[in-house]
Design a binder for this molecule. Structure first.
Ligand code: ARG
Length: 469
């Protein structure tokens, strides 16, 4: 226990190896090995910069770069021996590099620290992940817009309070989500822009006395610029919080849609059918077809919002600069973003798969006196009634239909005229569901011609510039 080499990493200062529990609580390699690719990308850029600046020799830089490529290959092929005693991905990679290339490896860590190293790795990882998410979101938008175009004229009930409100079209409903995902993508693009600065070279917290070129490493790693303040560079995790908050908002959107899929696919609604590929059966009830994927998408937001909450609490009250608390940023983030990505894929699959039942939707669209507003609007337009009065007259008509147990358009003209004598038979022309939706031509309204136009313009836009990068 007491020999000089008992601590693999800091043997010079430490004479006793860490306790078993210390080693276990401290080790992050099991999850931060996800950063291997980013870590090695960053190290290669750093080594190249050190050589250009004359801080290490060109030969050493080349040796280091080659060695790092070998390490990455080993990791990718699963031939890498991770060691818990080496704590994390950074020390594991460096230790293996030393085994492969010898003393040159020891020069790599000049003018940097694991603090700026992990900050760089994480930014690269989040940036890469944002690009993957953006693609998934764009694909989902395309799927939705394509379906919206197909079903631009398919009527369904629009709800408020989950009570039938006014008829809309299925296409219009789908396009509502295209808008939400557009905002999510714009939030992601915004977060990406802000995180795109390189912390490498901030070193432990104060910068370095070596004549490094931070702009060069930033450029080599495709960052727009180096971060401006070394303390902030190593203590900032805003970029993770931002992507988690964006993911939370987007997962909320997906959760709402997933809930609608669950409701729509019940036999009671029967608005859509999901195929065997997107449903599961029951082990006891043979008739069941359960929308498990939709339910899981509905639930994922819990984990994602949980991760945002978790990291917020980890960061809250942390004094500058780095503290080991910050190692707790990774697991929740990985879990949240993995969950988010699988939810996106499932959502896309379900939307492609879902078959609407236009008859059931149309029948429901007409129920619940859903064209009552059209009746009131007719009174305003044709009889010049103030809307409030028209609303009152319509209320009386609805109550009559309710008593007679019939639809609005089934009431005889005399009955309508008993409420308002100036009503003419022309009023029947606005009471059908089709007429109702066709009349909603205001900008952003549900009229099929609007929906078709908007769906096609989305498709064109997504074909032209599919992704933010
Ligand atoms: N594994 C560490 C983390 O993820 C790397 C940074 C360690 N820095 C330190 N000063 N111990 O936070």
């Amino acid at each position: 226990m007491n020999d000089k080499n008992s601590n693999k990493m800091w043997g010079g200062r430490f004479s006793v190896s860490p306790s078993e529990v210390m080693e276990e609580i401290n080790a992050s390699f099991a999850y931060d090995q996800r950063f291997a690719e980013q870590d090695i990308r960053g190290s290669k850029a750093h080594a190249a910069m050190l050589a250009t600046q004359g801080i290490i020799t060109k030969t050493d830089a080349k040796t280091i770069a080659k060695g790092l490529d070998t390490v990455l290959e080993e990791i990718k092929s699963g031939n890498f021996q991770w060691q818990r005693s080496l704590e994390d991905v950074h020390m594991n990679v460096e230790a293996r590099l030393t085994e492969i290339v010898g003393p040159a490896a020891g020069r790599l860590h000049t003018a940097r620290s694991r603090n700026d190293q992990v900050a760089t790795d994480f930014r690269l990882y989040i940036r890469d992940t944002i690009d993957v998410i953006d693609r998934s979101l764009a694909d989902l938008q395309k799927t939705l817009a394509t379906k919206a175009d197909t079903y631009a004229g398919t009527v369904m009930p629009g709800f408020t309070h989950l009570q039938p409100a006014q008829p809309v079209t299925f296409g219009h409903h789908l396009l509502a989500y295209v808008e939400m995902f557009a905002r999510d993508r714009s939030r992601l693009a915004d977060a990406r822009k802000r995180l795109n600065e390189c912390p490498l070279g901030a070193a432990a917290l104060a910068g370095t006395s070596f004549p490094i070129d931070r702009k060069a490493t930033a450029t080599a790693l495709d960052f727009a610029a180096p971060t401006a303040n070394s303390l902030d560079s190593v203590s900032d995790r805003d970029f993770v919080l931002e992507v988690l908050s964006t993911a939370t908002i987007c997962a909320t959107h997906m959760s709402r849609f997933a809930e609608e899929i669950v409701i729509w696919s019940t036999p009671q609604f029967g608005f859509i059918q999901l195929s065997d590929a997107w449903t599961t059966g029951s082990s006891i009830m043979p008739q069941k077809r359960n929308p498990d994927a939709a339910e899981l998408v509905r639930a994922k937001v819990g984990r994602i919002a949980g991760a945002f909450n978790s990291l917020t609490l980890v960061m809250k009250g942390l004094p500058l600069a780095y503290s080991k608390d910050m190692q707790e940023d990774k697991e929740v983030t990985f879990d949240a973003l993995d969950s988010f990505m699988i939810a996106l894929a499932a959502m896309n699959g379900m939307v492609q798969d879902m078959e609407p039942a236009p008859e059931a939707m149309a029948a429901a669209a007409g129920s619940g006196f859903s064209t009552a507003t059209d009746l009131a609007d007719w009174l305003v337009r044709e009889l010049k009634l103030p809307f409030r009065e028209a609303h009152h007259v319509t209320g009386c008509v609805v109550s009559m239909a309710e008593k007679a147990d019939c639809e609005l358009w089934e009431l005889p003209l005399e009955t309508l005229q008993s409420v308002e004598p100036r009503i003419s038979k022309d009023i029947y022309s606005v009471l059908s569901v089709e007429k109702s939706v066709a009349s909603r031509t205001s900008y952003g309204g549900t009229a099929p011609q609007n929906v078709r136009k908007v769906a096609r313009s989305w498709i064109k836009r997504l074909d032209r510039a599919p992704y933010n990068r």
